[in-house]
Ligand binder design. Sequence first.
Ligand code: AMP
Length: 185
Amino acid sequence: MTARRIVVLGRQGAGKGTQCARLVEEFGIVHVSTGDMLRAAVAAGTELGKQAEAVMQAGELVGDELMLGIVSERLAQDDIMENGVLLDGYPRNAAQADSLEAILAEQGVELTAAINIDVPLEEVTQRMMARGREDDTPESIARRLELYEEQTAPLLEWFASRDKLVVVDGLGEEDEVFARVSGAL
Ligand code: AMP
């Protein structure tokens, strides 16, 4: 089977990270979370980390150019060329979606699907309040969710118009959601 390139969409707190971890186990696909990459860069104190830290704390988006550099470099690596990728946290806006399309076109590969793990706003807000991650303050949570509705949610239509969108109900037990997600693949 050719390597799958899958975008994982969903509000922050929808369970993208958890479901991606299960998919890695089940299918051996490589999980690339741009949020995890940025957090690692912050922890390591790299130049990228220094540039991203304050932006992340505020719940704002790191610049598209910076993100394009990170993502295009990562997507070209051998493990992904061989095993495919679950792209989690990218694209986040229309410019990033266009960039992703260009990266894949240049590699001569196609996007397999974009899976939206759908969880209502009220539910994810509660989940995120309970999660207590370093960059989770009530203000940054609210801002990230606001940015999602404003900039990322329109991508659902973008992927649908390319016949790539798969919507999965993200409510319920982790196992139930996993059954839906893996069924959709
Ligand atoms: P996440 O773990 O996906 O919620 O990302 C955590 C934070 O990293 C976000 O609030 C942004 O500040 C930043 N970030 C992650 N992915 C992106 C992206 N594709 N574009 C811009 N900023 C991002």
